[in-house]
Write a protein that binds this ligand. Structure first.
Ligand SMILES: [Zn+2]
Length: 400
């Protein structure tokens, strides 16, 4: 059935793992292209530019109010809450306290899935950007929590901090929109007949995203980033990264499968079931948080010209390809780590997200002064609808 690997890839990206060699080769080609295209040059920002004015105004805000750009007490409380959401249910499970009811047992896995989302968006993300604390060790330790959750922070920093944040929504460069052939997230991807239905099946694929990440993605990325010479930014070689990742996987398998099998009072298949539920919740939620910030109808997908030059400077490009949502929803803003203020995050990734609601007002004002669109969707629901609509357009129109 999966004779060539190419056939299966035209169904779902996840099936690439059935022909791992083909997939790795394909991924390496994409990343090699990224390096080749690194010559992309954004337009100069200019002396009296939007970016300069904005940086000055935001800097004034922190100086005038005498506040640090890093975490504060509110953020420490949030960190404890998020870490507890994952680790407390785990401890209750392995201590055998949930053995009285399968419902209670599965509820723990559900909570852990929610905890992954909270830690990922509110703790790990800031830390890996160096925004959590003015202390490298604290950022490294909290950023490293990702390794405990089944990911690999080295790869994450390359994909997210380097590729996604620099080349947002640029086809072939931003890996967040290079989701394999199954989804067409950018007009630069070839349109396939089945993309017509992607606004329907994308949500199902989002459910599998985390499982794929935990099982295969990081290994594939190590090969790709090694080939593209990106691992050296993280002071890693292919071998050292593969050894480190494999040790992390052994640790992960031991605590997420072996200990619960030994001590939770439930059978192995129930533990595998709980594990799948946890990652389906996490994968679906994370995709629903991240994708509506960039893949929406207002995004312009600016691309370099034949000389590899971009029309706009970097800050303007960020505004044209990013959107905020639900800015007045306090629960959403608290839980998803300010990622509903994605514009502010892309312009100031080194500022802790706890400050974004305040900065948002300044960014909106300066954008208005410079006549640059500042996209805000009023609710989380409206953001999801806008993302669905964009998937539909990208699935039907060759050129947007
Ligand atoms: Zn980020």
């Amino acid at each position: 059935m999966f004779k060539t690997g190419i056939k299966c890839s035209s169904i779902f990206d996840i099936h690439y793992t059935l022909n791992i060699k083909y997939y790795i080769r394909k991924k390496i080609i994409i990343v090699a292209e990224i390096v080749r295209k690194k010559l992309v040059k954004f337009a100069p920002k200019g002396k009296d530019s939007f970016h300069e004015a904005l940086k000055n105004r935001v800097n004034d805000y922190f100086v005038t109010n005498n506040i640090s750009t890093y975490s504060n007490t509110q953020m420490y409380i949030k960190t404890v809450a998020m870490l507890s959401m994952y680790f407390v249910p785990y401890l209750l499970m392995v201590s055998g306290l949930t053995a009285i009811s399968p419902w209670l047992f599965y509820a723990m896995w559900i909570l852990m899935g929610v905890g992954i989302v909270g830690i990922g968006t509110s703790v790990m993300h800031d830390s890996n950007h160096g925004a959590y604390a003015d202390n490298k060790t604290v950022n490294m330790l909290l950023g490293g929590v990702l390794n405990v959750l089944g990911g690999y922070s080295v790869n994450w920093r390359i994909q997210h901090n380097v590729l996604h944040h620099t080349y947002t929504n640029i086809g072939g460069l931003d890996e967040d929109i290079e989701t394999g052939v199954a989804l067409r997230m950018t007009p630069t991807r070839e349109l396939k007949p089945f993309h017509k239905y992607q606004h329907i099946y994308a949500w199902g694929l989002y459910c599998l995203m985390n499982l794929y990440w935990v099982i295969a993605k990081d290994y594939i990325k190590i090969f790709a980033y090694s080939k593209a010479d990106l691992l050296k930014n993280e002071k890693k070689t292919k071998t050292s990264a593969l050894i480190e990742l494999s040790l992390l996987k052994v640790f992960y398998i031991a605590y997420i499968f072996v200990l619960p099998i030994m001590f939770s009072g439930f059978a192995w298949y129930q533990i595998v079931g709980g594990f799948v539920i946890m990652h389906v919740i996490a994968g679906f939620s994370l995709a629903c948080i991240f994708q509506p910030a960039h893949v929406v109808e207002t995004s312009d997908y600016g691309a370099p010209d034949d000389d590899r030059k971009m029309e706009n400077n970097w800050a303007v490009h960020q505004l044209l390809n990013t959107a905020d949502f639900a800015p007045n929803n306090k629960l959403v803003s608290w839980f998803i780590g300010g990622l509903n203020f994605q514009i502010e995050h892309h312009l100031f990734p080194q500022v802790c997200h706890i400050h974004y609601p305040k900065i948002a007002k300044i960014v909106a004002d300066v954008a208005k002064e410079y006549n640059i669109p500042y996209q805000v969707m009023p609710t989380f629901r409206s953001a999801l609808i806008a993302h669905g609509k964009m998937l539909k357009r990208l699935g039907r129109n060759e050129n947007l």
